[in-house]
Design a protein around this ligand. Structure first.
Ligand SMILES: *[C@@H]1O[C@H](CO)[C@@H](O)[C@H](O)[C@H]1NC(C)=O
Ligand SMILES: *[C@@H]1O[C@H](CO)[C@@H](O)[C@H](O)[C@H]1NC(C)=O
Ligand SMILES: *[C@@H]1O[C@H](CO)[C@@H](O)[C@H](O)[C@H]1NC(C)=O
Length: 621
């Protein structure tokens, strides 16, 4: 009750007291009635008389409203015992009904409009009881539509110093004006300088309803990237305040990277020269930053490297690519110390250097120390091989008291145990100089073989320069070499010789630095007497000799018989003189013949001399 109303009430009270002998009319109305737009509103108006026994016979009831513009009263209804009249040509004509009984009257307004939000005055006139009026304020409510929120498109940078627009919210067509409240993660946001600004406005639609809208400006921080913003509209309804909440929206927070990490994606493990190395960089900024890769130089300034996105590919790295690598966001807004760093180490193994180089000559009996070194960034292991057999471990190899066995190719294999794909090798060829030396211990080799067979004699000589082998034979001229071979440090020869009698042979080997020799003696074993043991080839020669001897014996026998016959020793009837001469001639013939058989050539010479002598003698005579 306002002060003015209290005053009016007080005056009325004085007035009633001064005339307390008469009945007076009292009117009671609700201060306000609340109703939804479009509904029917009922505004009751109760009245009674102070003197119950002097109720006037005639009561007049009138309903008024005030003109919105001129504030003058407009009657909308008149009623008494006989007439109930809704006034013509008012905005309520046809839209109101009034029902009355002895204690009161009630105004019913159909299809309440916004313009019905006003005061309705009920005046009761009881003639002698006087005229009294009261009023009720009709409040009209229209709940707004659900609030609609719109987040800003694009990102908001945390580098903005002042609050930035985050979202707008609108609640349309409400009455009376509704309020909009902003929430961040369901906690109300209150305006605060430099942090939160809320700009609210409203528009009156042609229908007279209000649309309220609000804009939230907010100083975005990195942690807001996951925050939810929503708006809530609160509005009056009859007898209450209601709220309706919007959906929530997020914001895209743009923030520079605060953390950057650089790591090696591949290959795993230790890196060696020739590998392709992939480095990757990642940071937490939004939008995802691209990066600049660089390598720290000795001089201090970084050298920027060509990269693609967040990947740096280093093709076929060498030891020159070792060093400290960095990546930093390209946007440049990040703090200087926001960067990723990593040390890249490239391991290497240089070709093995063998001392002595390539090939080295030693004299028999000498010592030699060979070394094999390969420069590496890692610990290496060296193994020496000769003819695929391990002959030494470690980078030095000691060769002591060289023999021809010492000669050959020495290969050193250098490996890196921690990085097995790194390996190299080198080699040295060792030549051992020395006079020839025949393989085998004996000075003289004794053999036995059956007459008629062949034997193979072999001789192998070691030495460098490669020794030559010569053979010499006593007792046989028909030997020949059937096999020979000559290497760096050896010569090998095989000769084949038929065994007809005992043979002595010499194998003589020599080079610039000396000689060596070996004797062979082959004892020829005679034929076994058993004829069964003869082979036909061996037997035939002997038979021919026997036959010839038999023929010869027969011839001699024949000659002796013939001689005896001529001499008469055998009585055959012939003269002895003739026989003697004949015998002599025959004897001479036989001698000549035999001589001829023995040595034809020398006999001719003798005969020739004899002829010449005879001639000479004749000439002298
Ligand atoms: C709207 O806000 C005003 C001012 O803070 C307040 O008086 C009123 O009651 C609020 N209305 C609603 C429906 O909350
Ligand atoms: C001697 O050597 C030659 C050639 O190697 C071979 O053909 C022959 O059979 C050998 N002779 C003997 C009796 O071993
Ligand atoms: C072996 O041959 C060498 C040269 O050919 C000669 O000087 C040497 O006297 C020979 N030795 C023998 C035992 O025949």
């Amino acid at each position: 009750m306002t002060l003015r109303q209290q005053g009016a009430f007080f005056c009325l009270f004085l007035f009633l007291c001064s005339r307390n002998a008469w009945a007076r009319v009292e009117v009671t109305m609700r201060k306000s009635v609340e109703v939804y737009l479009g509904d029917s509103a009922e505004i009751p108006c109760q009245y009674n008389f102070t003197e119950a026994n002097s109720v006037p016979r005639f009561v007049m009831i009138q309903w008024f409203v005030k003109d919105q513009v001129s504030s003058s009263r407009i009657r909308i209804y008149y009623g008494d015992d006989d007439n109930q009249i809704v006034d013509e040509d008012t905005e309520y004509t046809g839209r109101i009904q009034v029902t009355s009984d002895q204690h009161g009257t009630q105004l019913t307004i159909q299809e309440v409009q916004l313009s019905d939000q006003r005061e309705f005055i009920c005046q009761v006139n009881g003639l002698s009881a006087g005229t009294t009026e009261s009023k009720t304020h009709l409040s009209v409510f229209a709940p707004p539509e659900a609030p609609v929120i719109k987040g800003v498109q694009g990102g908001i940078s945390v580098t903005n110093e002042m609050p930035s627009k985050v979202a707008t919210c609108e609640a349309r067509n409400g009455f009376p004006k509704s309020n909009i409240t902003w929430y961040r993660n369901n906690i109300p946001l209150v305006s605060s300088a430099g942090r939160v600004n809320v700009w609210t406005g409203d528009t009156v639609e042609s229908t007279g309803l209000y649309s309220v809208h609000s804009t939230l400006e907010y100083r975005v921080l990195k942690e807001d990237k996951d925050a939810n913003f929503s708006c809530e509209v609160s509005f009056f309804v009859p007898g209450a305040i209601r709220t309706a909440e919007s959906v929530s929206v997020g914001v895209t927070v743009h923030y520079p990277a605060t953390m950057v990490e650089l790591w090696r994606e591949s290959p795993e493990g230790l890196i060696k020269e020739g590998d392709t190395v992939e480095l990757r960089c990642q940071g937490d900024g939004n939008p995802t930053p691209t990066f600049i890769f660089s390598r720290a130089r000795e001089s201090g300034a970084d050298e920027d490297l060509d990269s693609r996105g967040n990947v740096l590919m280093l093709q076929a790295v060498s030891r020159r690519d070792r060093g400290l690598y960095r990546c930093r966001p390209r946007d440049g807004t990040s703090h200087d110390d926001v960067k990723g760093e990593m040390e890249l180490n490239v391991h290497y193994l240089d070709p093995a250097v063998v001392v002595p180089k390539e090939s080295e000559a030693m004299l028999k009996g000498e010592d030699l120390t060979a070394s094999c070194n390969a420069l590496s960034s890692l610990k290496t292991s060296t193994v020496w091989y000769k003819d695929s057999k391990v002959v030494g471990v470690g980078n030095t190899l000691h060769l002591q008291d060289a023999t021809y066995e010492t000669a050959g190719e020495y290969v050193c294999e250098v490996t890196v145990p921690t990085l097995p794909t790194l390996h190299t090798s080198g080699s040295v060829h060792i030549v051992v100089h020395g006079g020839p030396q025949l393989v085998g211990d004996e000075q003289e080799v004794h053999l036995e073989e059956v007459v008629g067979k062949t034997v193979n004699l072999s001789c192998e000589a070691r030495g460098h320069p490669a020794p030559g082998i010569t053979w010499s034979f006593d007792g046989s001229q028909s030997w020949h070499e059937v096999f020979s071979e000559s290497g760096d440090h050896m010569t090998y020869s095989v000769v084949s010789v038929p065994v007809n009698s005992d043979i002595r042979a010499m194998c003589n080997t020599s080079n610039d630095l000396g000689i060596d020799f070996r004797a062979f003696s082959i004892k020829a074993i005679p034929l076994v007497t058993s004829s069964a043991a003869f082979s036909p080839a061996e037997g035939s020669g002997v038979i021919i000799v026997v036959i010839i001897l038999c023929l010869l014996l027969l011839a001699i026998l024949g000659s002796v018989i013939y001689f005896l016959h001529k001499k008469g020793k055998i009585p055959c009837g012939r003269s002895g003189k003739q026989d003697i001469s004949k015998e002599k001639t025959a004897k001479d013939d036989i001698v000549v013949e035999m001589k001829n058989n023995a040595n034809a050539k020398s006999e001719d010479t003798v005969l020739l001399k004899a002829v010449n002598g005879d001639k000479n003698g004749t000439n002298e005579q």
